[in-house]
Design a protein around this ligand. Structure first.
Ligand code: C2E
Ligand code: MG
Ligand code: MG
Length: 877
């Protein structure tokens, strides 16, 4: 350029020589020229703004440089170094925002200055003119070069800016088509694009800080390798500074020490700009490194702020993907990340970490009865109640359905765990108001504590789950801390499951059958057949002649992996067996137990139909599926639909174990069942416990009114059978009738079965006086026990038994309406006398004085007969 510019300006070697010969004259006072030059610039607000933040020192330096420049103009001859220098100044002016027009505007000062210098000396006119021409042209040349530098820099910057725009635009457009639900593609695309398209960007990437972690880890780094790189927290580090101030930070080589991690990247960059983005949960830094100093100022950091905006968007998508949309709580994935992190920290700092799982008891019912929307409202209210009980740094997460996870890091004492857990349980016991309805629930909570439980995060979670299982098993509404015994129990269950799976594969699962019969008494004479059917009961054949019963199989029968296979096996064998009996002329009804899980399985009905169609010899109405309350409690709608479908196929439905769970009598009405099986825990205790008697009486009456059949299970003695017939329960199953037996023994048993006639009512009482009937039975049993014929009934001799026995309860309830009758006090006295005599007889019997005991028994019998006669007379009036 030097050559062409000289030509272009029409300057010759002679011109330069002439100029040089006057250098001393023209260079005089160059400093005051420089000062005037700046005074001029500073007198205009727009130009003054550029120097606003300059110190006096820096301005002085500029003045000196300017003076040097003016002197240089006289000697430089527009050679290459001069040109390069002026181009650089042009570039710098561009970076500082000094428009070339301003420089051009100030240059006439130079001409004035030299004019005055020339005026002071005697020169030939031609020489003076030549000098003027040369100086003018030198100034124009100087300006041209500066302008060129300025323009070049502007063009480069524009190219950079366009490239950056291009990268952003292209990434956004690509992202529309990319399958990237959490948007990480966007940020990666920006980084890769910047390195590819910009000649100045050396590398670009972004670094993440999860939660309160004290390190930043690279998520993406384009243009450099970052294997195993971690950036520890430090107030010196530009990335951490940007995070802390939430504002961009530019690190410049030479101005401040290089961060250690920069060596790892092995790139000799001049600047790194750090842009913070993200939120509390997930903070991030976008980092862009440039080869050139001043790059970020030149291009303008505003161009890179777009990076932060995209980053914010991406991280928001990512954190959304880590949160449960209903409650806003961390989801399972985030919970598990935090668990790992808390575990690592607890290990380092030797602190206690509580890991807990809890779920709501009775949540399903709320969903079933009040609808899913109400269920959602309840979940939100639960969260609102639990959050205030937690400390800063604790994590509550929703892991799915009504299952929540809890992390309690940094505990100082074990007691803290109890405190927090019990407060949560307590808080959730208070009723909830949901859409105008009051709902009551409770929660079961399992917890394990690191490092007492020295497992890895996965193990801790498993142990919390085991503890939760135990809390539920122990009756719900409680907190259980994990113990090794629980772990043993869990392992035992899984061994059992393996055993069951293997037995199933090796056909070592067999069914035994227990007869169900009509009771025979004066009140309900059975019409044949007396044996109405059998219940199929599963046994596991250990191969050594020993059988394992369902009670020792843990949760195998309802386990996700086994429930359906077992169910299919039972359906197939039981229908096959039923078909055989039918073909033999033995039309037995066969009842099979279906586990809740199989019943709620969408394939259950197909399994049932398959069994029926494979064995058409068994009429569908001779098959009964027994379901416990558990399935309807889990998913009422689904259970009901499945049962309705069973009925459509002609198959009967029986509600098993009735009374043991949470189901209410209203279930009987809502579910399409033909049979109710009253659980044996009630039946066995009707003689001793008026409450059980009341429940059975209620169930029998309700079922009868609804047109259902009632089967009493666990009928172990004749006394039970008598009482049941007197309460109008006609069907029974139990050891008193027959124990479960192999299928082959059933035909013979049926052919020999002779129903035992049960004596007519022992007293002339009406049919609905169950309490009085039971009282009469207990007295009979007590007297029979003194004769050595039966066991003593429970709780006759206890202190206060008078108020709790069946007669006592009758006197305090139904009987009260006779309290003004003249015989009322007599009846009371006799009641006390009965108990007194019993208390007298029993020790005699225990001490071997059997005869005296039996005499007392006879007095007791007479007293009772008199009492019952008085009661009867009183009731007839
Ligand atoms: P469940 O359906 O209520 O069956 C009645 C249980 O009571 C049977 O126990 C039976 O042997 C026992 N039992 C009957 N009469 C008496 C009695 O007078 N006194 C006493 N103490 N017990 C009596 P088992 O066979 O041990 O079965 C227990 C439970 O295991 C069953 O209760 C049922 O819920 C479940 N189960 C049995 N077989 C199957 C099956 O094939 N599949 C599924 N999913 N569950 C089954
Ligand atoms: Mg059953
Ligand atoms: Mg049962």
């Amino acid at each position: 350029m030097s050559f062409s510019i000289r030509h272009f300006l029409g300057l010759t070697e002679a011109d330069f020589a002439l100029l040089e010969s006057h250098e001393a004259l023209l260079a005089q006072d160059s400093e005051s020229l420089a000062r005037r030059f700046y005074d001029y610039l500073l007198s205009y607000p727009a130009t003054a703004a550029v120097f606003r933040d300059f110190t006096q020192e820096r301005l002085e330096h500029l003045v000196q440089t300017q003076a040097e420049h003016s002197r240089g103009l006289l000697t430089n001859r527009l050679d290459r170094p001069w040109i390069q220098n002026m181009m650089e100044i042009g570039r710098r002016h561009y970076q500082m925002g000094i428009e070339p027009a301003w420089v051009a505007g100030a240059y006439p000062l130079y001409l004035d200055h030299w004019e005055r210098a020339l005026e002071g000396v005697d020169l030939p006119l031609a020489e003076r003119r030549s000098l003027r021409r040369i100086l003018q042209r030198m100034l124009i040349g100087d300006l041209m070069i500066q302008l060129e530098g300025f323009g070049q820099s502007a063009r480069e910057t524009d190219i950079e800016r366009i490239a950056i725009f291009d990268v952003l635009l292209q990434t956004l457009m690509d992202a529309k088509t990319a399958e990237d639900s959490n948007g990480t593609y966007l940020l990666g695309g920006v980084c890769a694009g910047l390195v590819r398209k910009s000649t100045v960007v050396a590398w670009a990437g972004y670094f993440i800080r999860e939660g309160m972690e004290e390190t930043l880890t690279p998520q993406c780094l384009e243009g450099a390798r970052c294997d195993g790189m971690r950036i520890p927290k430090s107030s010196e580090d530009p990335m951490w500074r940007a995070l802390e101030t939430r504002a961009p930070v530019v690190w410049t080589r030479g101005d401040e020490p290089a961060p250690d991690w920069l060596q790892l990247l092995d790139k000799d960059v001049a600047e790194i700009a750090c842009f913070p983005f993200g939120s509390e949960d997930l903070q991030a830094i976008g980092a862009i490194a440039a080869w050139q100093k001043g790059y970020f100022q030149r291009v303008g950091s505003a161009y890179f702020v777009a990076f932060s905006h995209i980053g914010d968007l991406v991280l928001r998508l990512r954190t959304q993907a880590l949160r449960d949309p209903l409650t806003g709580l961390p989801n399972r994935q985030l919970f598990s990340d935090r668990l790992t992190h808390s575990w690592e920290q607890s290990r380092r700092r030797e602190r206690l970490l509580g890991v807990s799982l809890f779920d709501l008891d009775g949540f399903k019912q709320i969903n079933d009865h009040l609808g899913h929307h109400a269920g959602d409202v309840l979940l939100r209210q639960v969260v609102e109640r639990v959050i205030p009980l937690l400390r800063l740094g604790d994590t509550l997460a929703r892991l799915g359905g009504d299952e929540f996870g809890l992390l309690l890091p940094d505990l100082s004492r074990l007691d803290d765990v109890d405190g927090i857990c019990n407060r949560i349980l307590e808080e959730l016991r208070h009723p909830f108001l949901i859409e105008g309805e009051i709902a009551t629930i409770s929660a079961s909570l399992g917890i394990t504590i690191y490092p007492l439980d020295d497992g890895d995060p996965e193990t801790l979670l498993r142990h919390a789950d085991t503890a939760l299982y135990s809390a539920k098993n122990e009756g719900k509404d409680q907190c259980q801390v994990h113990t090794w015994a629980m772990d043993v129990e869990t392992r035992h269950r899984s061994v059992l499951r393996e055993q069951v799976a293997q037995a199933l594969a090796e056909s070592r699962i067999v069914l035994h059958y227990q007869p169900i019969v009509h009771l025979d008494s004066e009140l309900c004479r059975p019409s044949p057949p007396q044996v109405v059917g059998v219940e199929a009961l599963l046994r596991l054949d250990l191969g050594n002649g020993e059988l394992l019963f369902p009670g020792s199989l843990g949760d195998s029968l309802d386990h996700p992996r086994l429930a359906r296979d077992i169910g299919r096996f039972v359906l197939e064998s039981a229908t096959a067996q039923g078909e055989i009996w039918h073909k033999q002329g033995l039309p037995l009804r066969v009842a099979v137990n279906i586990s809740p899980r199989h019943m709620l399985d969408p394939r259950f009905l197909a399994d049932l139909e398959e069994a029926l169609s494979r064995h058409p010899g068994l009429p569908p109405d001779h098959l009964e599926v027994e379901v416990t309350e558990t399935a309807p409690l889990q998913d009422f709608k689904r259970a009901k639909e499945a049962l309705i479908h069973c009925n459509r196929l002609g198959v009967r439905v029986g509600l098993d174990d009735f009374g043991t769970g949470n189901a209410s009598l209203s279930y009987l009405q809502k579910l399409p069942a033909q049979t109710i099986k009253v659980d044996r825990s009630f039946v066995s205790d009707i003689i001793n416990d008026p409450h059980d008697l009341a429940i059975i009486a209620g169930v029998i009456t309700t079922a009868r009114l609804l047109g259902m059949e009632v089967i009493a299970e666990g009928v172990e003695t004749c006394r039970h059978a008598e009482l049941l017939t007197e309460m109008a329960c006609e069907l029974a199953q139990g050891y008193w009738i027959a124990k479960p037996m192999p299928a082959a023994q059933i035909p013979e048993w049926v052919s020999r079965y002779q129903p035992q006639y049960l004596p007519t009512t022992v007293t002339p009482l009406g049919t609905d006086d169950d309490l009085l009937k039971c009282h009469a039975h207990r007295v009979r049993q007590f007297v029979a026990a003194l004769d050595g014929l039966e066991d003593f009934p429970d709780r006759v001799l206890e202190t206060g038994a008078e108020a709790q026995c069946h007669l006592g309860v009758w006197l305090a309830t139904e009987g009260l309406r006779y309290q003004n009758h003249p015989d009322w006090p007599v009846i009371h006295r006799r009641h006390h006398e009965l108990h007194r005599l019993a208390r007298e007889a029993k020790p005699l019997w225990d001490n071997g004085k059997r005869k005296e005991a039996q005499d007392t028994g006879r007095r007791l019998n007479r007293e009772n007969a008199a009492l019952l006669a008085e009661v009867e007379a009183m009731r007839e009036e």
